[in-house]
Design a protein around this ligand. Structure first.
Ligand code: CP
Length: 318
């Protein structure tokens, strides 16, 4: 079965079948990555352009590894050291990489909507690698993959997302993705960082609720996902006191004890250790934070492969 979408812009456009297809294909890609030579020639002759207008470690490196593992050529364009520094517009840069032969574009941009402009400008598929506060769909897919791999299901699980929901593109994409797969999502954080409109995303059908008290929110949770406090996106005095924040919203041993015994701790990274999460929890038994990073390569391979026209059946035989 092929993907029904031409681009990966956000998971609001993806139904259960498409998300399931990417997760299943991710399993085939993880098998490739487990081989002694973790590489297939499937996309030989294909060029993927990574346009990163904003800082990234995990996403940029894993998209590059994913493309190379599929045999594709990769070109990296960053704001620093390219003609973007000379004031070249986004559209001109996009048209330039297309003229240079890009067959797919992965884009991270500080402005929400930039990947949609890219999709409207280009003839090739576009993957959103994070746009402003808006969306980070490949992060949500790797989070879904990690939970499904660990717990064996997504339907009916209770996911708590705690932290700076307001500025979090990870939270928004995860709300779409986990709700689409039938999970219950509880959002927790300081009231000024908890936008109520995210509980009313179309099609999420009462699956998303808000609980400002973390001790209450984590009761019987299957997954507790901490989000980074995004100091760089704070305007005004959203969060005057990080110590008070840590007291109320940091994931601690005591809080985790209120969740299900096999509950997973997740964080998209980068972490502010000692603020939203302690090192003990981040590197403890319940943590799957490093698995999230590892799984990101297989899931991004799946996304690239399917957008390039591959099918789940063919992926199995790679
Ligand atoms: N999770 C995430 O997007 O991390 P990077 O900013 O390092 O890519």
């Amino acid at each position: 079965m092929p993907l029904s979408q031409r681009n990966l812009l956000d998971l609001d456009e993806f139904g259960r079948d498409d998300i399931g297809l990417i997760l299943d294909t991710g399993v085939s890609m993880a098998e490739i990555l487990s081989r002694q030579i973790p590489r297939v020639p499937t996309l030989r002759g294909t060029t993927i352009a990574n346009l990163f207008y904003e800082a990234s470690t995990r996403t940029r490196v894993s998209f590059e590894l994913a493309a190379r593992s599929l045999g594709a050529d990769v070109v990296n364009v960053t704001a620093s050291g390219s003609s973007i520094e000379k004031g070249e517009s986004l559209v001109d840069t996009l048209r330039t990489v297309q003229a240079l032969g890009a067959d797919m574009v992965v884009i991270r941009h500080r402005d929400a909507g930039a990947p949609y402009l890219a999709a409207a400008t280009l003839d090739c598929p576009v993957i959103n690698a994070g746009d402003g506060w808006h969306a980070h769909p490949s992060q949500a897919l790797l989070d879904l993959y990690t939970v499904r791999t660990r717990l064996g299901r997504l339907e009916g699980i209770k996911l708590v997302i705690v932290g700076d929901i307001l500025h979090s593109r990870v939270a928004r994409s995860n709300i779409w993705g986990f709700a689409r797969m039938g999970a219950r999502i509880v959002l927790c954080g300081p009231p000024q960082l908890l936008p109520h409109e995210v509980t009313r995303f179309p099609g999420t059908d009462g699956l998303v609720t808000i609980e400002p008290n973390l001790d209450v929110a984590v009761e019987d949770a299957d997954v507790v996902m901490a989000l980074r406090i995004q100091q760089e996106r704070m305007e005004g005095a959203h969060l005057p006191d990080l110590r008070e924040y840590a007291r109320l919203y940091s994931i601690s041993e005591a809080r985790l004890a209120r969740a299900n015994p096999d509950a997973l701790v997740m964080h998209p990274g980068p972490m502010n250790q000692g603020v939203e999460i302690s090192a003990t929890i981040a590197y403890g038994n319940a943590s799957v934070i490093e698995e999230q990073v590892t799984n990101g390569v297989a899931v991004r391979m799946a996304g690239i492969y399917l957008l390039a026209g591959g099918s789940a059946e063919a992926a199995n035989g790679q």
